[in-house]
Design a binder for this molecule. Structure first.
Ligand code: LMR
Length: 396
């Protein structure tokens, strides 16, 4: 049965973890996967999460099946976070939200649902995009192409090209957009440019699918989420996938969601019923713990304030490491101007290093980034930064 089964390549991101774990270099640094580590190189367990878990453990509960679409209080918290608790879409009940197995799960539920309602649509992802976007939508049965995004020479966004790609797309094309903290480049478009993107999406009748995996890591929770309000104001129906992996440091709990903004409450009910079929036929219903923790934090003013503070600390530390990286590279003798690193936002820096340079970094220095030159600056700290700068200086 399996004689013709070929060995699949390693995952371009998570596969690096396997390689990193097997590396015996005592100085090794993992800048591959998008995970935040604190200044001691530790994965944080947020205080707000600990407080919520303590309360949960003081009144242990049995674990029955969750509803197919997840914990009601969780789904409502996601809706409020994404659209605003007092927003018209939430108040009118026209958002269908389901708990998902991480942000990836939200994307997959949306992709499978879209394949049913729009089977012949093409999907456009940014060039470049998170590696899994192409694989995920391809596996859902779509033909996936790209829209122009990164301008290597300019070290920024090729905005004219981006708009031109949207304007050239056929009506009904699904466009996967990074709501904030573009992965992998770290270059976001401005609010005024979003207005132009939204106008093009509307004029061409495209279907927007916003991936919001890094809300709070750019300029702030509200600031990063503001783009959602712009899509609402434009009168569009759209998809938003949410992830709490990074913002709650709950990677392994796989806590995410999918929200679909519909025309009205009745339509949202029908859409929700279809999302539930996608879930039921894939994994039946979601797990409890991560969703319960996030719901407990988001729905409790004290814990929520704690979360906002802890998320702000992560955001501020990442920004400080960007500056330290620029300064450290200069001090290590890198001649080229690396100040672009501080104009990028979120967890990643698209370093501009070639695949060969990234492979050398990995093999000779144990510094892991993706082959595309993406480095997770959220894993830099005051102890490993000098080593990383020296290593980069030797390969550029
Ligand atoms: C990343 O881009 O590194 C993260 O989103 C983790 C992942 O699942 O790839």
């Amino acid at each position: 049965l399996f004689t013709a089964v070929e060995m699949a390549p390693r995952d371009p991101i998570l596969g690096l973890n396997e390689q990193f774990n097997a590396d015996t270099n005592p100085n090794k640094v993992n800048l591959g996967v998008g995970v935040y580590f604190d200044d001691n190189g530790k994965l944080p367990l947020l205080q707000c999460v600990q407080a919520a878990e303590k309360t949960m453990m003081s009144t242990p509960t049995a674990r029955g099946y969750l509803p197919i679409d997840g914990i009601v209080a969780y789904d409502n918290a996601v809706k409020s976070l994404v659209f605003g608790a007092d927003s018209e879409p939430v108040k009118s009940g026209r958002v269908a939200t389901v708990q998902a197995i991480g942000g990836t799960g939200g994307l997959k539920i949306g992709a499978d649902f879209l394949k049913k309602v729009s089977p012949n649509a093409k999907v456009l992802i940014s060039d470049p995009s998170w590696e899994n976007h192409r694989a995920l939508f391809t596996n859902a049965g779509f033909e996936v192409d790209t829209y122009a995004y990164y301008d290597a020479e300019k070290r920024g966004v090729n905005f004219e090209g981006f708009l031109a790609s949207l304007n050239a797309a056929a009506p009904g094309t699904i466009v996967v957009l990074h709501a904030c903290c573009h992965n992998p480049t770290g270059y976001d478009i401005t609010p005024a440019q979003w207005d132009q993107v939204i106008a093009a999406v509307k004029a061409k009748g495209l279907t927007p699918f916003l991936d919001m995996a890094y809300q709070g890591f750019g300029h702030g929770i509200a600031e990063d989420g503001a783009v959602i309000g712009k899509f609402v104001a434009a009168g569009l129906n759209f998809f938003v996938s949410t992830s709490f992996s990074k913002s709650f440091s709950l990677y392994g709990e796989r806590v995410g969601g999918l929200s679909v903004l519909c025309a009205d409450k009745e339509e949202a009910g029908r859409v929700l019923s279809q999302l539930k079929i996608v879930i039921r036929t894939n994994y039946s219903n979601p797990p409890i713990h991560g969703g319960a923790v996030v719901a407990a934090v988001l729905n409790n003013p004290e814990l929520r304030a704690m979360w906002e503070q802890e998320l702000a600390e992560m955001r501020v530390r990442i920004k400080a490491m960007r500056q330290k990286l620029v300064d450290g590279l200069k001090a290590a003798g890198v001649k080229q101007d690396m100040s672009f690193i501080t104009t990028q936002i979120g967890m990643f820096s698209y370093s501009g290093l070639s695949k060969d340079q990234m492979v050398r970094l990995r093999n000779e220095f144990g510094v892991y980034g993706t082959d595309t030159g993406r480095m997770c600056v959220a894993a830099l700290n005051s102890k490993n930064i000098d080593y990383v700068c020296q290593a980069i200086a030797k390969v550029v």
